[in-house]
Ligand binder design. Structure first.
Ligand code: NI
Length: 226
């Protein structure tokens, strides 16, 4: 399941982030890559423990913790502190799959079930830079407006096309979901969205809405790992 979330950050917040990120100290992006992905990665990142990355990353997590659609889709158990990257001057990231396990600094290991990219540059500010994700229905190219986020299974092969003009700035992070299996999580998301839509039409106390809400929770009980 590949999902896009519009306007996770407002235009004003994106502008503030960019003002501060554009003058930050960027380093070679291979610091967080594995052996295979490191060989195909050409970009810059803010160091994981950079105070600006910590501060802006926490603000992204605060916003997402109040985003009902994101919570319904991701069912997050733990989220890695967001990192920030920049592609310019031909920078790219060749085809790879994200590491299955990651250990945030000062924390315990988490499993990467979902990968997220939050775009921080407008599509017309750079050439190339599409995030290209292999899906069962073919490759999907993603290049979203600034402030929008894409969520996709970390198990997907994906790449970032070369940026041939301008700069592509983004935040990216991984999520360990309460529900590891992508299909089970997608079923729960569909059911939750339908229950909410039915509840809006029929009322939350309608007997069938109550039964479907119960079904949702019973499936979460069956599938969630905490
Ligand atoms: Ni990746």
């Amino acid at each position: 399941m590949l999902l896009c979330f519009p306007e996770v950050l407002s235009a004003a917040t994106v502008a503030e982030f960019r003002q501060r990120l554009d003058v930050a100290d960027w380093v070679d992006g291979r610091v967080t890559a594995g052996v295979q992905s490191g060989s195909v990665k050409r970009n810059e990142q803010l160091p994981e423990d950079h105070p600006l990355a910590r501060e802006l990353g926490q603000r992204i997590l605060d916003v997402l913790s109040a985003n009902a659609l994101f919570l319904s889709a991701a069912l997050p158990n733990r989220i890695m502190p967001p990192l920030f990257n920049r592609y310019a001057g031909g920078g790219h990231f060749g085809v790879h799959v994200d590491n299955a396990l990651r250990t945030p600094k000062g924390s315990s290991m988490l499993r990467t079930d979902l990968s997220a990219t939050l775009f921080l540059a407008e599509p017309d500010q750079y050439e190339g830079g599409e995030l290209i994700i292999e899906t069962p229905f073919g490759a999907q190219e993603v290049k979203l407006p600034a402030g929008h986020l894409v969520l996709y299974p970390s198990s997907s092969l994906h790449r970032v096309a070369a940026v041939t003009a301008g700069a592509r700035v983004a935040a990216f992070f991984w999520i360990q979901s309460l529900v590891r299996d992508n299909e089970q999580r997608a079923h729960l998301f569909d059911l939750d969205q339908s229950v909410q839509s039915l509840a809006a039409h029929l009322g939350v106390d309608h007997p069938e809405v109550v039964k479907l809400t119960g079904l949702y929770h019973n499936l979460v009980r069956r599938w969630a790992e905490v």
